[in-house]
Design a protein around this ligand. Structure first.
Ligand SMILES: NC(=O)c1ccc[n+]([C@@H]2O[C@H](COP(=O)([O-])OP(=O)(O)OC[C@H]3O[C@@H](n4cnc5c(N)ncnc54)[C@H](O)[C@@H]3O)[C@@H](O)[C@H]2O)c1
Length: 269
């Protein structure tokens, strides 16, 4: 990567010591969905590095367990729970296990999704439902499963992962873009009610993040050109750029921020 006038742009991954520490996150119980790989894995790593007690759910059992083991030296080793969160009964059971192990959930990061490509013509009623189930339905049911604890505590932060894809009119996955726009509706639809209980709800909206999966499946020369044209900042957007914003949204430092869409996209939208 070329040098940049902005020292933060090309900072090495995992350089936790160069970035903010949040005392309010130490010991806090954080539940992350889809935490085994990609941006979610960076969330797990960054919250663990802040001394939070992390539970994370994922359908990818081998990557999930490997990540938990790799972070075994953290103050609190993250707890991995295998779960297909398109199965709401399984999601509820996994969240109940997380609470039994770690205590009431104080931060929920609704991260899991699947940006599988599809054309309008090939969508069936079944694939439509499956797309909604993996991209947005579980977010509401995860909130439902943690919210009573947060109400009792009169505190909590819920972070729902959105996407700039629908804002940019990106083609080739209409059920995904539809679901991701609904995430922001869900956020705003809950924020007022829950705000009265001291619970904050925000959407964290990534641009095109260079995860291993994105590079392997979707990034082409044309895509690289689109990033160059679209972003204001000429650098790759990385999972840790999202993780650092999630830390802020979970910490007490953001205590009056709710019902917002926080876009981290290098200035594309
Ligand atoms: N990567 C990007 O460029 C980008 C851009 C915009 C928005 N986002 C959003 O950010 C979030 C994370 O993105 P990512 O690129 O890391 O996603 P990803 O697809 O790489 O990873 C998502 C994680 O969710 C898990 N998962 C998928 N289906 C599951 C299921 N049914 N049950 C349990 N776990 C399941 C996967 O195993 C994986 O570990 C998503 O909400 C995504 O929509 C990502």
């Amino acid at each position: 990567m070329t040098s940049s006038p902005n020292p933060s742009v090309n900072a090495p991954a995992n350089a936790h010591e160069s970035y903010a520490r949040y005392p309010s996150l130490a010991g806090r119980v954080v539940l992350i969905t889809g935490g085994a790989t990609g941006i979610g894995a960076s969330f797990v790593e960054h919250f663990a590095a802040q001394g939070a007690r992390v539970a994370f759910l994922d359908v990818d059992a081998s990557a999930g367990q490997a990540l938990a083991d790799a972070l075994g030296g953290s103050r609190h080793k993250p707890l991995f729970l295998h779960c297909d969160l398109t199965d709401i009964a399984a999601l509820r059971a996994a969240i109940a296990s997380a609470k039994a192990a770690l205590g009431p959930i104080e931060v929920l990061v609704n991260n899991a999704a699947n940006d599988r490509r599809h054309t309008l013509a090939e969508v069936t009623p079944e694939s439509f439902d499956a797309g909604v189930a993996v991209n947005v339905r579980h977010q509401l049911f995860a909130v439902q499963a943690v919210v009573e604890d947060m109400k009792t505590a009169r505190a909590g932060s819920i972070i729902n992962l959105g996407s700039v894809s629908w804002m940019l009119k990106q083609a080739d996955f209409p059920v995904y873009t539809m679901s991701k726009s609904a995430v922001q509706g869900l956020t705003r639809g809950l924020a007022k009610d829950l705000g009265h209980h001291g619970i904050r709800v925000n959407s964290l909206v990534p641009g095109w993040v260079m995860t291993e999966k994105q590079r392997r499946l979707w990034l082409t020369d044309e895509g690289r050109e689109a990033i160059k044209r679209g972003q204001c900042i000429d650098a790759e957007l990385m999972p840790e750029d999202l993780a650092r914003m999630a830390l802020f949204l979970a910490a007490d430092d953001s205590r009056m921020i709710t019902s917002q869409e926080i876009v981290v996209d290098g200035g594309w939208t």
